[in-house]
Design a protein around this ligand. Structure first.
Ligand SMILES: Cc1cc2nc3c(=O)[nH]c(=O)nc-3n(C[C@H](O)[C@H](O)[C@H](O)COP(=O)(O)OP(=O)(O)OC[C@H]3O[C@@H](n4cnc5c(N)ncnc54)[C@H](O)[C@@H]3O)c2cc1C
Length: 403
């Protein structure tokens, strides 16, 4: 039986045909025909300009959607250490769950990882779904996707959040496909719509020129990934308690097509920008790789790290691991000094959460000044040597006092 009903008003204009993701509509003799593979997703309803389609399935679906309750965070861990982004997401998930008046759960997979549950409660989870088995010791797509998708199918969460790490970026789309729902990648803002209760998922779109807010009205769970560093970590409440729900792991080694032979740790290139409390970043205005050395010296004097815009990375002046922005790292240091960086939206996306932003640029109209707390309109090559000299002098004075 068709789950979509056509009214007599249908004029066979065919707008609904390309709108249907399931190829379930055709137009014959200026009348739409709904085929048996219609799922009632309602995509055709919104495409119809004549109000000639009602989706019964969509109506039924809407009431089914109410069964989906709660906010979940995928609690990514490696070798028994929680990923920072999992903690950041617990903070944001807590806010969303409170807005909805629902529970926040963490989904923890691994081998002998139960001891992490206490941390998940302390960072805001009400419940931890714990799937422990040697088969889950290392992340493997099929094993993790099966456990998370089966659990979501059984427990019906309204929202699931993942860190946009290598693991999260691999896992989230697989789970999405299995649950036949939607996924918004790399969100920079999450909120709840007061009227509909829908998750508002905001992310840069069209190469970062606009911020798009995306909703998933007809399918559940609503799923999003968020890059590390976008949200700050919540306060830890030691001793906060919650409920542990043990999840049976029903997959067998023979069902998994990959085997981990060896885990090779990548040699760490420089420091972790996401954890630096001071960052001195340079852009095209720095001019060449040689001149970046001065930035590095200033960064060291401040106990910080040097970073770059994409233009500087593409020029080969610094490695890609030091790029800040939409396609680089998201950082939120206490102090961010932007030197010779114009402040394109894609760069700002990665650093505008910094506590104090200082910009040095010779163009007074450079967009970086719109978000800077302190702006210096000057040639960076004149300012940096003075800054270095002054910092070195202060350091010497400090050392003199200690001696
Ligand atoms: C999909 C997409 C993703 C992107 N991702 C990123 C990203 O992750 N990170 C990123 O940074 N960019 C990213 N970009 C690129 C971004 O749009 C900009 O092109 C880039 O940020 C510009 O880098 P810049 O500010 O160093 O260079 P420019 O825009 O060329 O600016 C150089 C600035 O230096 C100033 N200047 C020049 N000489 C001096 C001087 N002597 N003293 C003081 N100031 C001086 C100029 O006034 C100017 O404002 C992305 C773009 C796209 C389309």
């Amino acid at each position: 039986m068709s789950v979509v009903v056509l009214k007599d008003k249908c004029i066979g204009c065919k707008l609904c045909v390309p709108a249907c993701p399931y190829n379930a509509i055709e137009v014959v003799d200026r009348k739409a025909i709904i085929k048996d593979n219609c799922t009632g997703c309602g995509a055709c309803v919104t495409s119809c300009k004549k109000d000639a389609i009602i989706s019964e399935g969509q109506k039924a679906g809407q009431s089914n959607l109410n069964q989906y309750q709660g906010v979940w965070v995928f609690a990514e861990q490696r070798e028994g250490r929680l990923a920072d982004v999992a903690i950041e997401l617990l903070g944001e998930g807590r806010k969303l769950a409170d807005q909805l008046g629902q529970k926040l759960a963490a989904v923890l997979l691994g081998d002998e990882v139960e001891s992490l549950a206490g941390q998940l409660f302390a960072f805001g989870a009400d419940r931890v779904y714990l799937a422990q088995d040697p088969i889950l010791k290392h992340y493997r797509t099929e094993a993790y996707a099966t456990v998370v998708a089966d659990l979501a199918q059984a427990e019906k969460p309204a929202i699931v959040l993942y860190g946009a790490t290598h693991v999260g970026r691999d896992l989230a789309p697989r789970v999405t496909r299995r649950l036949r729902t939607g996924l918004t990648a790399d969100c920079t803002e999450l909120d709840i719509d007061n009227e509909s209760g829908l998750l508002l998922q905001t992310r840069p779109a069209f190469g970062g020129s606009i911020m798009a807010t995306i909703v998933c009205p007809n399918h559940r769970p609503q799923m999003a990934t968020v890059r590390p560093g976008v949200f700050s970590k919540p306060e830890k409440v030691e001793g906060r308690k919650g409920e542990i729900v043990t999840v049976p792991v029903k997959i067998a080694e023979k069902d998994i097509r990959t085997t981990i032979l060896e885990v090779v740790k990548e040699a760490k290139q420089g420091a972790n920008l996401e954890e630096a409390s001071v960052i001195v970043a340079g852009g095209r205005g720095i001019g060449n790789a040689e001149k970046f050395k001065l930035l590095d010296e200033v960064a060291r004097l401040l106990g910080g790290e040097v970073a770059a815009s994409r233009a500087a990375v593409e020029a080969g002046w610094l490695g890609p691991e030091r790029q800040v922005g939409q396609t680089g790292k998201t950082v939120r240091p206490k102090l961010y000094i932007a030197c010779g960086i114009s402040g394109a939206i894609q760069h700002r996306a990665g650093m505008q959460g910094s506590e104090v932003i200082v910009a040095i640029n010779k163009d007074p109209n450079a967009p970086i000044f719109t978000i800077a707390d302190y702006g210096i309109v000057a040639d960076v090559h004149e300012i940096l040597p003075i800054l270095k000299e002054e910092l070195a002098r202060l350091k010497d004075e400090d050392q003199g006092e200690v001696a």
